[in-house]
Design a protein around this ligand. Structure first.
Ligand SMILES: Cc1cc2nc3c(=O)[nH]c(=O)nc-3n(C[C@H](O)[C@H](O)[C@H](O)COP(=O)(O)OP(=O)(O)OC[C@H]3O[C@@H](n4cnc5c(N)ncnc54)[C@H](O)[C@@H]3O)c2cc1C
Length: 273
C-alpha cells in the first residue's frame, strides 16, 4: 500500500504519533470496576517517550530541509487537545487529533486500527512512534500500526537517515545495533538514544498558538470494524500490586564472628547453604 512516495530528498511528510498520558510524576490510581487508570483530576502531558520521536522527526526535517513537514497525530479524549501545543512549540508544523467517545476503551488492536485509518487520511511518507506509552506500556501499537498501514516497520531505532525515498536505520539490540535499510512509506519507532528532546523556545511557544490542530472523528474514518470497548479483542482480567516485601531484619552482633554466625544460621534455615 503506497501513500505519497517522495521522489527527491527535501519533500518528506513525517507524522509523529504522540500519546497523551497522565502526568508521569503523579500518583496513579486504578478504578477497580473498569480496571482502567483514573485520569480525572490529573494533568495530561505528552508521553515522554514520544518527545524523543518528535526530536527524531525534527532532526530529519532539519537535515533534509526543503518542503519536509512534521505533523503530530494523537488519539485521545477531547479535553486533552490543547496539550498538543507543546509538540507544536517544539517545532512540529501542525497536528491532527483523533477523538470520539466511541474510541473509549480501545485496546492496542482498536487503537492501532483506528489510528491507521486516520493516518491514511492524513497521508505520510514516514510515521515515527515512541517505543512505549508511559501509562498503557504495552509497546504493541507501533508494530500493529505498521501492519494495518501495510508498510515496513523498523522498531527500536537509535538513528534514522532519509535519502530520497530510502530509509537507513540503526536498530538497538542487546549487544549493539543493526543497520537496516528499506523504502518509504514506512514506520519507525525510536529509542531515547535518538537524542534528548529540545526545549520549546519562547518564539516556538508563541508560534504554536497559531498552528493548526485538525480534528478527526470516527465518522471521518469509515471503519469496517467496531473499535472502542465493544471492539476490544483483549480484556484486563485482574490488576494486582506486587507482594509487599518483608521488612528487613536488623541484627546487632557483638563482633564480626558473631555476625557471621547469625548470617550463616539464617542461610542454613532457608536451606541456602
Ligand atoms: C476517548 C479515548 C479514551 C481513551 N482512554 C484511554 C485510557 O483510559 N487509558 C489508555 O491507556 N489509553 C486510552 N486511550 C488511548 C488508547 O486506547 C491507547 O493509546 C492504547 O491502548 C495504546 O496502548 P499503550 O498505551 O500500551 O501504547 P504503546 O504501544 O505502549 O505505545 C507505543 C507508542 O505508540 C504510539 N501511541 C500509542 N497510543 C497512542 C495514541 N492514543 N495516540 C497516538 N499515539 C499513540 C506512541 O507513539 C507510543 O509511544 C483513549 C483514547 C480515546 C480516543
Amino acid at each position: 500500500m503506497r501513500f505519497s512516495i517522495p521522489e527527491v530528498s527535501g519533500s518528506v511528510k513525517i507524522v509523529v504519533t504522540v500519546k497523551l498520558v497522565p502526568d508521569t510524576n503523579a500518583e496513579k490510581k486504578i478504578d477497580p470496576a473498569s480496571k482502567r487508570l483514573v485520569r480525572a483530576g490529573m494533568e495530561t502531558v505528552l508521553n515522554p517517550y514520544d518527545e524523543y520521536a518528535i526530536e527524531g522527526a525534527l532532526k530529519i526535517k532539519e537535515s533534509l530541509g526543503g518542503d519536509t513537514t512534521v505533523t503530530i497525530f494523537s488519539m485521545a479524549p477531547a479535553a486533552s487537545k490543547e496539550v498538543l501545543r507543546k509538540a507544536l512549540a517544539m517545532g512540529a508544523d501542525d497536528a491532527v487529533f483523533l477523538t470520539d467517545a466511541g474510541l473509549e476503551g480501545s485496546d492496542v488492536w482498536g487503537t492501532a486500527f483506528a489510528m491507521a485509518q486516520g493516518l491514511k487520511k492524513v497521508g505520510f511518507d514516514l510515521v515515527i512512534c515512541g517505543g512505549l506509552a508511559d501509562d498503557g506500556s504495552t509497546g504493541g501499537v507501533p508494530g500493529a500500526l505498521a501492519e494495518y498501514l501495510g508498510v515496513p516497520g523498523f522498531t527500536n531505532c537509535r538513528r534514522v537517515d532519509v535519502t530520497g525515498n530510502t530509509l537507513k536505520v540503526q536498530r538497538e539490540t542487546d549487544s549493539g545495533y543493526q543497520v537496516v535499510t528499506g523504502a518509504m512509506p514506512a514506520l519507525v519507532s525510536v529509542t531515547m538514544a535518538i537524542g534528548e528532546p529540545r526545549y520549546a523556545s519562547l518564539k516556538g511557544i508563541m508560534g504554536a498558538k497559531k498552528k493548526t490542530i485538525a480534528t478527526l472523528a470516527l465518522a471521518d474514518l469509515g471503519l469496517d470494524h467496531a473499535v472502542g470497548g465493544d471492539g476490544a479483542k483483549t480484556e484486563v482480567a485482574t490488576i494486582a500490586a506486587p507482594p509487599v516485601r518483608e521488612k528487613a531484619r536488623i541484627v546487632e552482633a557483638a563482633d564480626g564472628a558473631a555476625g557471621a554466625k547469625v548470617i550463616f544460621d539464617l542461610l542454613k534455615e532457608k536451606k541456602l547453604v
